[in-house]
Design a protein around this ligand. Sequence first.
Ligand code: SAM
Length: 292
Amino acid sequence: MSKREPYLGNPQATIAVLNKYGFTFQKKFGQNFLIDTHVLDKIIRAAEITEDDFVLEIGPGIGTMTQYLAYAAREVCAVEIDKSLIPILEDTLSDYDNVTVINEDILKVDITKLAEEKNGGRPIKVVANLPYYITTPIIMGLFESHVPVESITVMVQKEVADRMQVGPGTKDYGALSLAVQYYAEPYIVANVPPNCFMPRPKVGSAVIRLTRHAQTPVQVENEKLLFQIIRASFNQRRKTLANGLKNYEGLSFEKETIEAAIAECGFSPSVRGEALSLEEFAKLANVLGRAK
Ligand code: SAM
């Protein structure tokens, strides 16, 4: 069966669907629907969707991007929390027989199990115009639970996209930058202005692609400790690294052990966490891990 070309993705078609179902936007679900075909094309291109791919879409809304994904991919699974969108999706996706819609909170879905059942455990692609209020838990959840993911191509708040891709010495650098870069290679595909959405968000947006590393760029003996150290270092940005680590609940190293580890790594005693690269954090995690 030849697939129908996507027909949502412009303001007129979106308004027609919304009016047909008397849909009202729910702020609490971060609902800002895409109404720009150029942006949609760009996302699909950046995600490099092929007929072999199984794609997980988070938050399909009225199914605009879902149509594009269904057109390009082998199979799509879309997880939508808002039950009032389910009858709309049944309608807008009725021409596509390769889409499954799950009415669930994405944070409660066992994505590893889904990838196992739907894609034989092979890496999946995640594509979404994310609900911004849960961007970090969604992305960190995908990485930390070791879901087999090849790439994540998502619309996020512009400021969050910047944070994901910067390095040390910049104001946006923090725990999110390090976590994302530990697991993936970030690449900002496009900046997207508010007028590409309905309703318009108050913030600028950007599409970012995170391509999972085949192998992490640094080797650590204890991943959990690495992330505890990173979190402790950025918990109170103005503190020195040594003070940040000493005062962080969950890390129980003696003051002397921390100072000795910082010296062994060759860092200045007054260094701040925001000056350290991922490699340097990994070195510190390995030295401190052995001191335990
Ligand atoms: N993909 C659509 C588009 O681009 O037009 C809608 C994107 S809108 C920014 C975010 C979507 O995520 C909404 O449909 C919203 O209802 C849904 N959503 C919000 N929280 C969610 C959650 N926890 N789990 C699944 N979907 C969620």
